[in-house]
Design a protein around this ligand. Sequence first.
Ligand code: NAP
Length: 280
Amino acid sequence: MAAHNGSDTFDIGGELTVHRLGYGAMRITGDDVIGTPDDEAGAVDIVREAVEMGVDFIDTADSYGPGVSERLLGEALSPADDVVVATKAGLLRNSEGEWLPHGDPDYIRNQVLVSRDRLGVDTIDLYQFHRPDPDTPFEDSVMAFAELKDDGFVDHVGLSNVSVEQLETARDHVEVATVQNRYNVAHRDDEDVLQACEEYGIGFIPWYPMAAGDLGEVGDDLRAVADSHDATRHQIALAWLLEHSDVTLPIPGTSSLDHLEENVAAAGIELTDQEYERLC
Ligand SMILES: NC(=O)c1ccc[n+]([C@@H]2O[C@H](COP(=O)([O-])OP(=O)(O)OC[C@H]3O[C@@H](n4cnc5c(N)ncnc54)[C@H](OP(=O)(O)O)[C@@H]3O)[C@@H](O)[C@H]2O)c1
């Protein structure tokens, strides 16, 4: 029988209730997150399977493809699925695969229209500023997101790749519903940002939640804990994130049905206090 998402729930912005274990749709594109995947129908199927397994929170961005991930989500999802889709703006791509920060307010206002069309929605559930742009004052970019919320184009605003200081600055201008930073059991540089999110009741979306398998120094401990649960290291990395804080919303990304099953099943793994401490 297929895995079922047994994670508990979190209310994004106090009102969008989602299961905490979500899905990251960055990897349903071509190589290096550019262009189309080899099997578009298969990519749509993966998203549908995730929803069947009870995943109701999916992360994407205009820059994934660019455009491809959003377009495939638009094809895979219907309003009846009741899935909260979080997308992002603020990074340009080129054919070399570079990621170029671009927080110009006019550009952000353009991108929300494009993302609405590709996702097939009138209002974007959660719109995240992908990465601060050194060439645009951070507050100018944030104000563009705030205005899009005021104007009803987006329900909630999130940030990504920010410091605590930038989070505080943004909160002066808009209600911040989520922060999405790189964070996993092996890389915890942004523990202070996670703690700020806990303090404010903001969702923390740890990207790279399984470090794509590069689990460094904790790899051996993860393997030992995994063995005792007849699980994989990737699954224990996800179980640890869910245990570590009530506000984490991991979005493991995969283009493999077997990995999707494993990742969803990880929400059902209960770590003992000893196992959790061993990984801390
Ligand atoms: N805000 C940002 O700046 C930012 C940056 C990067 C990513 N993100 C978001 O975060 C999401 C997740 O990040 P990520 O994809 O970089 O990292 P990740 O979820 O930690 O790792 C994904 C990688 O691990 C593999 N994998 C997935 N499940 C596995 C399993 N059970 N066993 C073994 N390998 C497995 C995948 O390959 P297979 O396809 O073969 O399964 C893929 O190569 C993305 O989809 C995106 O939505 C955001």
